[in-house]
Design a protein around this ligand. Structure first.
Ligand code: SER
Length: 346
């Protein structure tokens, strides 16, 4: 069933995840987009109802992904499916298979589809601050904000996977089969954003190392106590889910001629666990937060930068953060989380 050629058709993987939930809602506000969503897990009804089609399936399943891309004449791929940093450290080989294998599978298929249709498939991949690797607390404090090209020495399987996938994406979009005579011109149009810790009011994170902040916020909003697994001074960059979704939509829409690189840092503010807890306590004075650092997870956070430079994203495609820490709480986190828990049992 080919889609109407005047429309764009998005294949979205990882649709049952946190960003998938937000992105489907964001994409849906554009009527001329068809959404084909997949996940290994059952996609929640709230998300399903906004998609044109949903498929339960594995991103490593070449036959299924090929069928979806060809059958729907996919023009854009948002490839969100991945094992995050904490989960990946427990099962690194599986993480490699899914994070690298799944991305490679989709890039190959996107390249073949681009070539056969003479039109570049747009491929948007969320990357991460985990691709940076600093040598612990002191080094991190000394380095401060990092630019895209520095400290690309990840200390987690997740970070290594994503860094390699950035390279693969760049290869497929600029250098693929560079010596082949029948190479053609329609290569994949690859773009990637290095996301910071993302804070969502409507969903709870699982499997990430930046989960310490969202966990704290969701616990406070539901009257539960929270034991934070990093020390109070642990600082990384953050953004809220609406900002994350907006930046993914923006990078997906921008004219390729404006992009001077394929991978960009994005983030709204940097904050330590204690700074977030202080703002949280102003809004939820009964919140109970203890700190019991887990040495291993703390080590991962100590290898991530405390801030990222977003100047390239600002210059090339007009990226601008929407909220600082206080504004994020006032204008999004508190109202959205209160409304969320008023309508659900948690
Ligand atoms: N949120 C991710 C994680 O914690 C980092 O980008 O794994």
């Amino acid at each position: 069933m080919p889609s109407d050629p005047s429309k764009r058709t998005v294949l979205l993987t990882g649709a049952a995840g946190e960003i998938g939930h937000g992105l489907v809602h964001g994409l849906r506000s554009h009527d001329d987009i068809r959404i084909i969503a997949t996940d290994l897990k059952e996609i929640p009804e709230q998300t399903r109802s906004l998609c044109d089609e949903v498929h339960v399936g594995d991103v490593c399943d070449e036959g299924l992904m090929q069928q979806l891309i060809a059958m729907h004449e996919v023009t854009d791929i948002y490839h969100l499916a991945a094992l995050l940093s904490t989960r990946a450290e427990h099962v690194p080989e599986v993480a490699h298979e899914v994070n690298v294998g799944g991305t490679w599978n989709l890039l190959k298929l996107a390249a073949a589809h681009s070539a056969s249709h003479g039109e570049r498939v747009r491929f948007i991949l969320p990357s991460t601050i985990a691709i940076y690797g600093l040598d612990g607390q002191e080094h991190k404090a000394k380095v401060g904000e990092v630019e895209e090209g520095s400290y690309n020495l990840p200390k987690t399987m997740y970070g290594a996977n994503k860094l390699y996938c950035e390279h693969l994406g760049r290869y497929y979009s600029r250098h693929y089969r560079r010596l082949a005579e029948d190479r053609g011109t329609a290569l994949v149009d690859f773009r990637s954003l290095r996301l910071p810790g993302v804070i969502a009011a409507e969903t709870r994170p699982t499997g990430g190392t930046s989960d310490f902040v969202p966990e704290m916020i969701h616990a406070a909003a539901t009257g539960q106590s929270c034991t934070c697994f990093v020390r109070p001074s642990a600082r990384i960059p953050w953004m809220t889910m609406p900002e994350c979704v907006q930046s993914l939509l923006d990078i997906g829409r921008v004219e390729s001629g404006r992009l001077t690189q394929s991978v960009y840092n994005v983030a709204s503010f940097s904050a330590s666990a204690q700074e977030v807890a202080d703002v949280l306590l102003r809004h939820f004075p009964d919140a109970r937060i203890d700190f019991e650092p887990d040495v291993n997870r703390q080590g991962i956070v100590d290898s991530w930068p405390e801030g990222v430079c977003t100047a390239r994203a600002a210059a090339d495609w007009g990226y601008a953060p929407r909220w600082n820490l206080d504004e994020a709480f006032e204008q999004y986190i508190v109202p959205a989380i209160q409304s969320h828990y008023a309508h659900t049992s948690g």
